[in-house]
Every structure is written in C-alpha cells, then in structure tokens.
Ligand binder design. Structure first.
Ligand SMILES: [Zn+2]
Length: 253
C-alpha cells in the first residue's frame, strides 16, 4: 500500500503545475514569493498532492472553488517543506465556511461534566480527520503574513502535532532537549499570562500545550525575527523541526 501511495505521489509531483493554480498562489499567498525558487517548486509539489488526497467540503452556503482549495493547500504545504512527510495522514477532509461560524462547544471538566454551548470560530482541527476553516479568515490571514496570525498554519500545526505526537494534555512529548525548551517556554507564557504581563507570544498559547505549539508555529512563520529575538531557543527548536529559517526570507520585497 505504502509503495503504491508513493508511486502515485511521485507521478503527481512530476506533472506540470496548472498555471491557473500557480496564479492563485501568487495572488493569495505572499509567503510563496518569499521562498527560494527550489522551495517554491517543492511547495507546488506538496500542494498538488494535498489537493489530490484531501476532500474539500463547503458549508454554510459556500461552493468550494479552485481558489479556495489551492490557497488552503498551498498554505498547509508551507509546513511540509524540507521534511519527510506523509501529508497529514490523519486528515481526510477540510470543511470550509464562508465566514466565522458558530461552533459547538463541548468541554468535559474534571468531574466529567459536559458543558455545551455555541461560540464563533474561525477554524478548528479535529482528531478524527477534519480541519474546519472560515474562508474569509483564511484570505485575510494570508494577505498579512507578518502579524502572527494565520488560521491555516494554526490548524495544520495541530495536525502535525497529532501526527508527530508532539503534545498531550499533560505536556510535551517531543524528545529532549526540545521537551525542556517547550516546557519552559510554555510555563513562562502561562505565568506571564496569569500575572497579566505583556507577552510576545499570543497568550492563547497558554490554553494548553497543543495550543502553545500551534501558536509557536504561527509565530515562527509570521514573526520569525521577533521570535528569534524574544525566544531564541524556541526559534532554534522550531527551525530544526521545520528545517527552515523564515527569518532569512526576503520579506516585504
Ligand atoms: Zn488551536
């Protein structure tokens, strides 16, 4: 099975990337223009494979277009560059809403009580194979690649976490020395957030180790120079994990 999958992927990757799709990426994904030429080619290969393997579904009255599929897949491919990847193996479908949507809130507290309710969301990532995204937020976040927020990078970082077993509810499972670095940085964010101190990292990362990882990934790609300055060891650990140095990309060019 694995051999067939690899064969199919390498055939797909050799095909010419449709110029229409490349145009969509050039327009909607400024990250693409910051990459070196070989990295752009690699990103297109990953994009093509994700588009072939993942199912996109529109919700809330939106029809899924090539623009939506290609933009989301290209952003998700940024996290796959330079790494051995199995293309988000736990993910099968990507659900797209036109805008913020009302998500169902279901939380179990320590006593096993479920609280249900509704809240507005821009995205979510499920363990059972689904990522949900607000298309409006995908586009807005893609347009500004340097404000620290990118819902696609965030939700797909959760998928990487699932795949690589990076966190669980209790903490960080990655091997040392990363575990020490992630744990110390997470606890610092938690302490700063509780004390009401201003933090460079989005305090949403203090919610859980999984959110910390997703926020750190967003920040690594969107504000690499700041992350390197304020959290050099975290920057270095993520740089090793991704095999990329977004601080060296030509930004604003
Ligand atoms: Zn999250």
């Amino acid at each position: 099975m694995f051999f067939l999958k690899r064969l199919r992927r390498s055939r797909l990757a050799r095909r010419e990337f449709p110029p229409m799709w490349r145009g969509i990426i050039e327009r909607n994904v400024p990250f693409y223009r910051m990459l070196s030429l070989p990295d752009r080619e690699e990103l297109l290969r990953h994009t093509r494979i994700l588009l072939a393997e993942k199912y996109f579904e529109g919700c809330g009255g939106i029809a899924v277009t090539d623009e939506i599929r290609v933009t989301v897949a290209a952003l998700a491919s940024l996290l796959l560059l330079h790494r051995q990847t199995d293309y988000y193996p736990f993910l099968s479908s990507i659900v797209i809403y036109p805008d913020e949507y009302v998500g169902e809130r279901r939380r179990w507290d320590d006593a096993g009580v479920v609280t249900e309710g509704a809240e507005l969301r821009v995205g979510e990532s499920w363990e059972q194979g689904t990522v949900v995204l607000s298309w409006r937020d995908v586009l807005l976040d893609a347009e500004s690649p340097d404000d620290g927020f990118n819902v696609v990078l965030h939700e797909f970082a959760h998928q990487l976490d699932l795949e690589g077993r990076i966190t669980d509810a209790g903490g960080f499972l990655v091997a040392s020395p990363w575990r020490e670095i992630f744990t110390r940085e997470y606890e610092q964010l938690l302490a700063d957030d509780e004390a009401g101190r201003e933090t460079f990292l989005d305090p949403y990362g203090a919610e859980s180790p999984a959110e910390f990882f997703a926020v750190a990934v967003e920040t690594f790609f969107e504000m690499p120079a700041g992350l390197k300055e304020h959290h050099p060891r975290l920057f270095e650990a993520l740089g090793e994990y991704f095999g990329q140095d977004p601080a060296a990309w030509g930004r604003g060019g």
